[in-house]
Design a protein around this ligand. Sequence first.
Ligand SMILES: O=C(O)[C@H](O)[C@H](O)COP(=O)(O)O
Length: 380
Amino acid sequence: MIRVLADQNMVGLDLLPSEGLEIRTLPGRSISAADLEEVDALWVRSITPVTQELVQKSQLRFVGTATAGVEHVDQDALAANGIRFAAAPGANANSVVEYVLAALAELQEPWERLEAGDALGIVGHGHVGRLLAQVAGDLGWHVKVYDPWLAAEDAEVDWASLQDILDCRVISLHCSLHQQSPWPSYHLIDAEALAALDNRQWLINAARGAVIDNRALLKHLQSESPVNCVLDVWEGEPECDWSLLAMPSLKLASAHIAGYSWEAKWNATKMLYEHLRKMQLVETPIQIDENTVADLAPVQETGCSAARELIQQRYTIAEDNLLFRNLAKLPAAERAAGFDALRREYRKREELRGTRLPFVGGDASPPLRRMARALGVALA
Ligand SMILES: O=C(O)[C@H](O)[C@H](O)COP(=O)(O)O
């Protein structure tokens, strides 16, 4: 019997085969060394710091994080204690991409600007940045990508500079958070970078809070021509600088839920279970019928504008904005707990990708086909 201790915010634990597997859950922030007694595998999310102190006296054989980001895990400590490690890169990529599209659709003006040919600047070409670049390109948008680490390895690609990105109409951040030279992403968007932006632009952060210097951002948002912002992540969360919420240029705000579609969380759970199978700690394959396809309501528009309609049909980002802003009405001492509760009790948000769009009569037009392909929607 393999005993797993898992963060209670993981989804689908009850869908995993129960043969040879015993799963206990705890709130991620409270997991301590004492909880690891007689535990073989630990499955965390981003809020559990996995340190030498946590694991040194355990009998853990595997630690998995059901997240793309790994900055909360001391991988050297795991290796030193002979504990295998895996993350869930890519599990939430489509969820984050749909968050970005939903933000642009909700705000309308940036969407129209991109449709009209202005550039989308993407920082980071990992799973999320790459997928966003691909979807945006398929929608016919002009995309620029900045990733100095990959640029150093592959000079063939037409990489943008940070300055090119800061000149784009819309800037979307999707790099991991780290302090490694020569291109640390910590405070990549600092006072100097913010000074290059103005109120004709939009800045989206669905990466990690500290990629933007939040103090410098607050100052910038108090200036004469501040950039329009969409923030899903916050420096120091669940403690956030709540004064940012009073800034009119903060157009949309949410509680680190960009990657919180149901599919994203389920993908991550599956990935960690599959690691146990690879290690031959469990045997039974996951047997779930995932072939049910949701039907969308027909759309009026064709091409790129239909994409906007479909995104909004499937995901109302305004709801997340409202829930987050309600936190600011709580007494200051209760907001951090409110932030965690909001994430813990997050609704079942289902992705647009993998759905079916019914359309009536004849062949679908090429723009409609292109749009459907971009979003991963089947035409029926
Ligand atoms: O790194 C990730 O995968 C995402 O930021 C993810 O949404 C974090 O969610 P959490 O682990 O905090 O529940």
